[in-house]
Design a binder for this molecule. Structure first.
Ligand SMILES: Nc1nc2c(c(=O)[nH]1)N[C@H]1C(S)=C(S)[C@@H](COP(=O)(O)O)O[C@H]1N2
Ligand SMILES: [Mo]
Length: 365
């Protein structure tokens, strides 16, 4: 009921989405395992519904009485039911997740991997308990360096030389694992997590690209030595050449998207409101600048109040375009750590972290 009402309201507010059914707000990128990106109408709202879906192996079959195991370099190994987990408190955060492969389609030459356009990007409200509280109860060994996470999904990854029948496993440095905002999430947008998003329990690592947020979480292991695995060392690394060491993919790079106007829109001359989102995993968004028709005079957009430290931030700017014909719009984000969204992205073999400025083309009639 609540959701239907919200949908009606958004349709009234937003005539352009009124013809688009909720099901059409998700664009299938691969049917099996199910991978899909958010369509532009869905990307206009603060909370992206439906949220994009990325899975290497698909939804695993889970036992009804799900338990989370915590072991490795701890004083007390734990095995917790979901009810026991809930006794560790409740923390809710609005988090923008971007897949590291988002905008891979804009890279040239085209890297291998799922052909994500611009919608492997979504914002949701995630609630659960701080991973730190659970790790504290288990008692970390003083020489622990990383914490590894294992999902219940199994399969053989795409890619030459990939091992057969492995689990989706990823590790975090101990500092990020102990950050109170790193969540063991049980709820998404005020309801239990849907199956395809990792039910009943997933990790949420705010500020990092999506691969860190392990879904269908079953096991946590505290490690004295760095974790090694396919999804840690062979993928989700920036690979620039055979003679260069790879770098791990971690924080989301500073980036923005334009949500209005639509690409290819035919507009009347005069005032043109431009809107969008900006985010960065390393620091708060500090500004967004707009360039019309390739100008090097970048104009500062107005930022809305932040939705939270880890959520995208809305921005807007009203420009004037008087000349009939084709016009280009570019937006670039800046963050408080001094990162500026670049005009081009250095190529890397697997096509991760493409945060290059995008060019939107409109026609003025
Ligand atoms: N267990 C498991 N967790 C996973 C994945 C996966 O394939 N298996 N994919 C990761 C990747 S690459 C991304 S981008 C996010 C996507 O989360 P979503 O499907 O809820 O949007 O989940 C991450 N967690
Ligand atoms: Mo991803």
């Amino acid at each position: 009921m609540g959701r239907q009402l919200a949908l009606l309201i958004s349709v009234e507010k937003d005539t352009e989405t009124s013809l688009i059914q909720p099901g059409h707000r998700l664009i299938i990128v691969k049917a099996d395992p199910f991978n899909a990106e958010a369509a532009r109408p869905a990307l206009r709202a603060e909370i992206t519904e439906p949220h994009f879906v990325r899975a290497h192996f698909g939804v695993p079959a889970l036992r009804r009485a799900h338990r989370l195991q915590i072991g490795g370099e701890v004083k007390r190994a734990l095995r917790l039911t979901l009810d026991q987990l809930k006794t560790f408190g409740r923390r809710e955060l609005t988090v923008t997740l971007e897949c590291a492969g988002n905008n891979r389609l804009d890279m040239s030459p085209l890297p291998p991997g799922e052909p994500w356009h611009e919608g492997a990007l979504s914002t949701a409200r995630w609630a659960g308990v701080s991973l730190a509280a659970v790790l504290e109860r288990a008692g970390l060994a003083p020489d622990a360096v990383q914490v590894a996470f294992e999902g219940a999904d199994r399969g053989t990854p795409d890619g030459e030389g990939a091992p057969h029948g492995i689990a989706f496993q990823r590790a975090l440095p101990i500092e990020k694992a102990l950050d109170p905002d790193t969540l063991l999430a049980l709820e998404m947008n005020g309801a239990p997590i849907p199956e395809r998003h990792g039910a009943p329990l997933r990790l949420i690592v705010p500020g990092w690209y999506g691969m860190a947020s392990v879904k269908w979480l079953e096991r946590i292991e505290v490690l004295r030595d760095p974790f090694e695995g396919w999804f840690q060392d062979d993928r989700y690394v920036y690979a620039h050449g055979d003679d260069q060491p790879t770098e791990p993919v971690a924080e989301m790079r500073c980036k923005s998207i334009v949500t209005r106007p639509e690409p290819g829109a035919i507009l009347r001359r005069g005032s043109l409101p431009i809107r969008g989102w900006a985010w960065s995993g390393s620091a708060e968004v500090a500004g967004v600048e707009i360039s019309i028709d390739g100008s090097e005079q970048w104009q500062a957009a107005q930022l809305d109040e932040p939705l939270g430290r880890y959520a995208w931030r809305a921005w807007k700017l009203t420009c004037r375009i008087e000349e009939p014909g084709r016009h280009t719009i570019r937006a670039r984000a800046l963050d408080a750590a001094g990162n500026r969204q670049p005009e081009w992205c250095r190529f890397n073999r697997y096509g991760y972290g493409n945060n290059a400025v995008q060019t939107l083309v409109v026609e003025v009639g």
